[in-house]
Design a protein around this ligand. Structure first.
Ligand SMILES: Nc1ncnc2c1ncn2[C@@H]1O[C@H](COP(=O)(O)OP(=O)(O)O)[C@@H](O)[C@H]1O
Ligand SMILES: [Mg+2]
Length: 306
């Protein structure tokens, strides 16, 4: 089985705020540094990648951010429009469909249709033989997926549609997307977690759901934002003693160090729990003690991953 960055598609998921966008970009940078033509696909309109690079919003365009690294923000309405343009050869019919705003109504009336066309676009981006104008060929597509819950539903959309549509092109295409998502050789999933008790429990549950119910291959779990264990036991005792004795400034510094150290210890306990609970290989990413997690900081994470 190919390792995570040797796949064609990597889906990064996890709870909201755990660092999915950061890790997706770090994975993209790691793959790009390794010579793989890589694109990071955002599906949330958050424009995380363009903000990190201090660039104009990328929108529904494949924009080069760095050597071997592209980004796109997949808007479902644009994806639907492009899909119809590719499917319908008859110009007059396309114009009529767009003018009638039929898609807006269709999307409103069909739960999951936006997710389906988004996954369709992800599939399209990862094809070696692109049909869209200005479509490049990538070695690796990384998806910054919606948060857990939404993320699981998102990945299940093709199967849902394949089951609903009894016959016809929608069924065939939904089945092709489903096959693509659960292809363990080509498609991998990475879960991002934080070193907190609840987050660890949720990560273990998410992995089970993804493997057992969605049927994808979970190839990596990242424990993000881990504090370093800076002090040994005897050093901590010295700090405790100094904290009790010293003047205001020294006491404050000692207490801050002790408190950070306790936090690190608690986090490492959660790391050990997570290692017990998940099946996929577990990697850690350090907490970045900087006011802003920018390009250089994420590149540092990419080096850890690479
Ligand atoms: N390892 C880390 N150390 C410090 N801050 C981090 C780290 N990873 C992510 N962050 C910060 O945490 C916040 C949430 O990260 P983000 O990647 O946007 O999460 P998500 O996409 O899961 O919502 C951002 O401000 C990001 O810069
Ligand atoms: Mg995000």
């Amino acid at each position: 089985m190919p390792d995570l960055l040797d796949k064609r598609l990597v889906i990064v998921t996890g709870k909201g705020g755990v660092g999915k966008s950061t890790v997706a970009l770090a994975l993209g940078m790691a793959a790009a540094a390794d010579g793989r033509r890589t694109i990071v696909c955002e599906v949330s309109a958050a424009e995380h990648t363009s903000r990190v690079f201090h660039r104009a919003e990328v929108g529904f365009h494949e924009v080069e951010m760095a050597e071997n690294l592209w980004a796109i923000s997949i808007d479902p309405d644009e994806a639907m429009r492009e899909y119809v343009l590719l499917q319908l050869r008859v110009r007059a019919m396309r114009d009529m469909l767009f003018r009638s705003r039929i898609f807006t109504y269709l999307a409103a009336a069909t739960p999951g249709l936006r997710e389906l066309v988004t996954i369709g676009k992800i599939w399209e981006v990862s094809q070696p033989d692109r049909k869209v104008k200005k479509g490049r060929e990538y070695d690796l597509v990384i998806v910054d997926a919606p948060a857990t819950g939404h993320g699981v539903g998102f990945l299940q959309t093709p199967r849902t549609f394949a089951n609903i549509a009894r016959v016809g092109p929608i069924k065939a295409q939904a089945e092709a997307l489903e096959t693509f998502i659960v292809n363990h050789r080509k498609t991998g999933v990475a879960i991002v977690a934080l070193p907190e008790e609840m987050a660890v429990n949720e990560t273990a549950a998410l992995e089970r759901t993804l493997v057992e119910e969605v049927g994808v291959s979970v190839d990596r779990v990242f424990m993000n934002g881990l504090y370093p264990e800076r002090f040994s036991g005897p050093e901590l005792e010295l700090l405790e003693a100094a904290g009790g004795r010293g003047n205001g400034g020294v006491r404050g510094a000692c207490r801050a160090a002790i408190s950070e150290s306790r936090r690190a210890t608690a986090q490492h306990q959660q790391l050990a729990r997570l290692a017990e609970l998940v099946g996929a290989p577990l990697r850690t990413l350090p907490f970045i003690f900087e006011p802003e997690v920018g390009v250089e900081e994420i590149r540092e994470l990419a080096r850890e991953i690479g």
